[in-house]
Design a protein around this ligand. Structure first.
Ligand code: E4P
Length: 216
């Protein structure tokens, strides 16, 4: 499963890129706002740090406006994936862009039939938001399972990008279900390393090593 960082914070992206485990980055207008940076400038910087797909979202709601913004975004770097919302205009834009060889991430997916539409429109990535789905009492991971079944039934190449990840168990379940990608805030990616027995094990070994009086 590929790991994308869901952030526009450069320091966090650099730190994750240095681990060698970072496969891509996703941003959205809220994350750009939080970064306080110029959208085009920060997106260019991110695309220079992470060679994998970097999602940059359009804000227009109509086809012509989305195509105009996509034109600007895809010129930023070769690894930009244009992010469009799951609406009729968004999917029309998706079709036009993917036919032209541009990566497209279809975002704000909350149902399996929406995901079916995105795959038919040729999306590179579909982003089902599991956390926001759970928040309103629906089963976010059930949605991922349904999309996996549908895509496998018809051999769709669209990658399932599990988004709105809130905790490590979402990552575990996404991997169990065979999701292609997950995107999570850096804090959650760092949590994946942690286990109390690992920490207790290290402390025990260090204590015994000190008692030997040896040095390496
Ligand atoms: C995905 O691409 C989105 O940026 C993101 O995962 C949304 O997550 P949130 O529900 O935590 O805002």
């Amino acid at each position: 499963m590929k790991f994308f960082a869901d952030t526009a914070e450069i320091a966090d992206i650099r730190e994750l890129a240095d681990t060698g485990l970072l496969d891509g980055v996703t941003t959205n207008p809220s994350l750009i706002h939080k970064s306080g940076r110029d959208f085009i400038e920060v997106t260019r910087e991110i695309a220079g740090i992470c060679p994998g797909p970097v999602s940059a979202e359009v804000v227009a709601l109509d086809f012509d406006g989305m195509m105009r913004e996509a034109e600007i975004l895809r010129k930023i770097a070769d690894n930009i994936a244009v992010k469009v919302p799951l609406t009729p205009a968004g999917l029309k834009t998706c079709k036009a862009l993917t036919d032209d060889g541009t990566m497209v991430n279809v975002t704000l997916c909350f149902s399996a039939v929406q995901a079916l539409l995105a795959a038919k429109a040729g999306a590179t990535f579909i982003s089902p938001f599991v956390g926001r789905h759970d928040d309103i009492g629906f089963d976010g991971m059930g949605l991922i399972a349904d999309i996996r079944t549908i895509y496998d039934n018809y051999d769709f190449r669209t990658e399932i990008l599990v988004a709105s990840v809130r905790h490590p168990v979402h990552v575990l379940e996404a991997a169990r279900l065979g999701a292609d990608v997950m995107t999570a805030p850096p804090k959650i990616i760092h949590q994946l390393y942690k286990h109390p027995l690992t920490e207790r094990g290290i402390a025990g070994f260090l204590k015994d090593w000190e008692a030997t009086g040896q040095k390496i």
